[in-house]
Design a protein around this ligand. Structure first.
Ligand code: ADP
Length: 513
């Protein structure tokens, strides 16, 4: 320690040694060869660091800057040892010389350690041949991209983040009428004013996708905008905007399609639709009025026919009462036929009158279908018991806008038909159910009766249409026509699903409100 302190105290002290010239025997040639060689090495070592620092200051992209500085320091220190070797020929500064060598040694080892540390990284650097190959590859990729751009069937405009046009293809020139030079580096709003806000929307989406770590490759926005040609003509376009990651940063590619023809077609279709709707409305109104007229006619006819029929029937009955057995047997038989027929005619006319009266004068109101169906079943109590019918009823809804009398008659028709058309030899089972579907209540009355063949499943809803002879099944063929009119009165419809020999399910819908 004492020596160290003494070393630094006497750092500049040269009294301990003679100068080098006086140390040993030097010939001039030997001494100057030593001195000049040392100075040459020193001057060269002194210049190299400046060159290195100049290089670094010019190459902003240079990597391993610290290594360059260490290297510069190391060479400078090496040079300094040679300089002091030459100096000692006149000034024996051996202490400074030793200190400079110590510093050189330290810098040399720091440099070595640093080189070892950065060596793996240095190995990853590409060689100039590799770099050239990469540049070549990029050139090819760029060319390919440009070819693709040019070959695209639609106009494509590539803009940078600020919305300045960077690239356009031939289709864009054709569509908008500007030359490439007139478009490149101009704001894209010159072609489509609303693309600027659309661009912001995409950028916003990219930002949030990046934040969520989703990646932005899937992002694309499609919108209908207006384009402006160089003539000032404005036309509708559909634009699909998506991000394009490039060397120059984030760009956006806008694929454009002229949709003038499509819009024109849409307009034509809209007009045609409106026209059709108008015509349908007109036709419906005409049909409704015709229907009303017919209903009115049926009502008046059946109403007015009742009276002469009543008279005819009354007198024929009188005739039979007073002259039965007094005329010949054929006459008696003829009178019987007339009585029967006029009776049937009365029934038909009454049914027709009832049919034309459906919905007339009645007010719609709140109806609890559970209560209503119980009333129907009570009315049919005798026939239910007589035929040993098993009836199952699911919970039914409350209707807020229904015609109670008509609805009751609908259920009555369906239930009594299910009993009437039961299958002999088995217990008739009827299930009444309801469910909600798309703003309607859908009711169903299911039986295990004789069923109906496919070809008759629509016909049975037509007035006076029957499938069986009156001698087998009694009836006038108006019940289902009635039911259809009642379902329609409630904004719904009626239909049947049936399998002969298995049973039928009659469905009808009632609008919920
Ligand atoms: P009607 O019962 O007076 O004959 P409808 O209009 O009620 O008249 O029925 C028309 C026809 O539909 C019936 O004659 C019958 O053939 C058939 N039908 C109706 N309901 C059923 C049913 N539940 N099962 C089998 N057939 C039926």
């Amino acid at each position: 320690m004492k020596q160290v302190v003494e070393f630094f105290e006497k750092l500049l002290d040269m009294s301990d040694w003679p100068s080098r010239w006086k140390c040993g025997t030097w010939t001039d040639f030997h001494g100057w060869l030593y001195i000049i060689s040392d100075l040459l090495v020193w001057s060269a070592y002194f210049t190299i660091p400046f060159i290195i620092i100049k290089y670094i200051s010019k190459r902003h992209d240079a990597r391993f800057i610290r290594l360059y500085f260490l290297f510069a320091g190391f060479i400078l220190a090496c040079g300094a040892t040679h300089f002091f070797d030459a100096v000692t020929f006149w000034f024996p500064v051996y202490r400074i010389n030793a200190l400079v060598r110590a510093i050189t040694g330290i810098i040399s080892w720091i440099t070595i350690f640093y080189i070892i540390k950065v060596l793996p990284m240095a190995f990853t650097l590409r060689s100039s041949a590799e770099l050239e190959a990469e540049v070549e590859q990029r050139k090819k990729a760029e060319e390919k991209f440009r070819n693709l751009l040019e070959g695209a069937p639609d106009p494509i405009v590539i803009v940078n983040e600020e919305g300045l046009i960077q690239l356009v293809n031939a289709q864009t020139v054709k569509m908008f009428g500007y030359t490439r030079n007139e478009m490149v580096n101009q704001k894209v709003c010159m072609l489509m004013p609303m693309l600027m806000p659309m661009r912001l929307e995409v950028l916003e989406q990219i930002k949030s996708a990046d934040q969520q770590g989703d990646g932005s490759s899937h992002i694309s926005i499609k919108e209908e905008l207006m384009g402006t040609r160089n003539t000032g003509e404005v036309f509708p376009v559909e634009v699909c905007l998506s991000p394009l990651i490039t060397e120059e940063g984030l760009w956006l590619s806008a694929a454009i399609r002229d949709i003038s023809k499509m819009k024109q077609m849409e307009r034509t279709i809209r007009e045609a639709n409106a026209n059709l709707e108008r015509k349908v409305k007109q036709r419906t109104a005409e049909l409704e009025s015709k229907n009303k007229e017919l209903e009115q006619f049926a009502y008046v006819a059946s109403h007015d026919l009742q009276e002469p029929l009543q008279t005819t029937s009354g007198f024929v009955q009188l005739l039979r009462k007073q002259y039965h057995g007094r005329l010949d047997p054929t006459a008696d038989q003829y009178i019987d036929y007339v009585v029967q027929s006029s009776g049937r005619m009365k029934t038909l006319i009454k049914d027709l009158l009832d049919y034309s009266r459906i919905g007339r004068g009645n007010e719609s109101r709140q109806v609890d279908c559970n209560v209503l169906v119980q009333e129907v079943l009570a009315d049919l109590h005798n026939v239910i018991v007589e035929n040993g019918v098993y009836i199952k009823t699911s919970p039914l809804p409350m209707l807020y806008n229904a015609y109670a009398t008509e609805l009751k008659s609908l259920f009555q028709n369906l239930v009594s038909n299910s009993i009437k058309f039961r299958k002999p030899g088995i217990t008739p089972v009827i299930h009444i159910d309801a469910k909600q579907t798309n703003g309607f209540w859908q009711f169903s009355v299911k039986d295990n009766g004789i069923g109906i063949e496919d070809q008759y499943q629509e016909r049975i809803f037509v007035i006076f249409q029957r499938l069986h002879n009156r001698s087998i099944y009694d009836g006038s063929g108006i019940g289902l026509a009635h039911s259809k009119k009642i379902a329609e009165l409630h904004g719904g419809k009626i239909w049947v699903q049936s399998e002969p020999g298995v049973g039928s399910t009659f469905y009808f819908t009632i609008a919920e409100n």
